[in-house]
Design a binder for this molecule. Sequence first.
Ligand code: PEP
Ligand code: MN
Length: 355
Amino acid sequence: MEMQLESILLPGVDAQRPVVIAGPCSAETEEQVMETAKDLANKGIKIFRAGIWKPRTKPGGFEGVGVEGLAWLKRVQKETGMYVSTEVATKDHVFEALKAGVDILWIGARTSANPFAVQEIADALKGVDIPVLIKNPVNPDLELWIGAIQRIYNAGIRRIGVIHRGFSSYDKKMYRNSPLWHIPIELRRRIPNMPIFCDPSHIGGKRELVAPLCQQAMDLSFDGLIVESHCNPDCAWSDASQQVTPDVLDYVLNLLVIRDSTQTTENLSELRRQIDCIDEQLLELLAKRMRISREIGIYKKEHNMPILQSPRYSEILEKRSNMGEQMDLNTEFVKEILKNIHEESVRQQMIIMNE
Ligand code: PEP
Ligand code: MN
């Protein structure tokens, strides 16, 4: 997808990876905001985050301090020199944030899932030049995410970035929001020049996961990180378990290994050539398999047999995944591939049946 994007980097923010945005989940009090901001600025953080309006899953939680907190962000700009960012979910939020001179806006995950809300924000941003970061929608729907990006782009905003914050699921195990890395990776393929930030705090939901998630994001060539950091995390009014102190954040960032993505050695090129060959062979084999499938389809049609013979399918799944296991292939992976191949075979045979 062609998008004429401009750099989201603000004067004084280095173009090096990762660009870091940090600050508390919510602005709670002027003291908490100032203390956290000063500690972060001392660690070299250039962009501050704080939620002023908080979308809560259930009523009764802390819903943010509202407009009052914008004055604290102004103080942060003035006293620390940091840029400030906050979440907007309605046109009123946009007007208030712009009036207060907020430097970067972000659209939260619940909002990007709602095209009406995103359009309202986009309309409020017409004619404004400000960087806007768009979080992935709560549900794993890449098209919805891209749709939100397009709405903001169509409003004339050119400094756009996205934030990968994971996807909610009924069954929560290790993560608060499953990372489903293939979704931001596919977004990168579709819009190659779009800067991608990772939000390890909302993916992980717990402090211990912040460091490994930051590293994974860097290994996947993400451009930036947005991390929740609070001067006293245990006492935070929202998302306490996932926030880290500015000290811990600094420690985590210093330990990150940033691998240079443009450098490819001769060895790597050779290995990639082998992969290219194997992919070609895989495709040829798949094409051959489909041709045979179609012949089977013709046979079934001539002999009035149904397409689906589930004992045969179960037998294939069983046999092949055992075979795969002996070759050190993950059973789930093998089953998933076979399922997809089988679905395509059935689809091809249906075409023959209906001819
Ligand atoms: C947040 O950044 O504090 C927040 C509410 O995040 P999300 O929209 O990703 O849930
Ligand atoms: Mn939060």
